[in-house]
Design a protein around this ligand. Sequence first.
Ligand code: CA
Length: 223
Amino acid sequence: MRILIVEDEKKAAAYLSKGLKESGYRVDLAENGEEGVHLATQEAYDLVILDVMLPKLSGWEVIKALRQKQPELRVLFLTARDSLEDKVKGLELGADDYLIKPFAFSELLARVRSLLRRSSGKMTDLIQIADLKIDQVKHKAERQGQRLDLTPKEFALLVFMALHSGEVLSRTLIAEQVWDINFDSDTNVIDVAVRRLRQKVDNPFEPKLIHTIRGMGYVLEAR
Ligand code: CA
């Protein structure tokens, strides 16, 4: 997943970029509105995070330009003022969501994920990766036609990883998203859970789908 950040404040841009990269996204930066529109139309992004107060072209003008050129592109705008007028204006111009500065990074990440889910068309009940088939409604997963015997937690973990196939998922992120808790201190729980899932999903089958990215986390993908 590729994200473009359009933000002229260098510190803020660096902070966002670092956090998003750590969460497994590919990130580019534009320092002003003009560069933002240029990059967004040249490269294939899944999402643009856009500051409103920008040099050259304002965030509003960027949204207008993007809506004409790239109607499918998701836009999350950042506004410093908690003003109803700004929110309405941004959404009317066609932005998909907004955040008021200052915000917690976890809040931004949650919005980003939600927007990317909406745009990726992955909100489907059936997920298929290589010969792995997951039916979210029937709570069934199978490989090569053989049903996988998973606990509810293992199933939830598999669905989460499959929905984010190709993205490196950190232990902290998995803990937050699948266990709905923060436990930075004991991410060993995640390692154990992934190992168990792997025994069921990968051990009896080829190709292997769950991969460890050393020092970063896990990724589920067909290589
Ligand atoms: Ca700014």
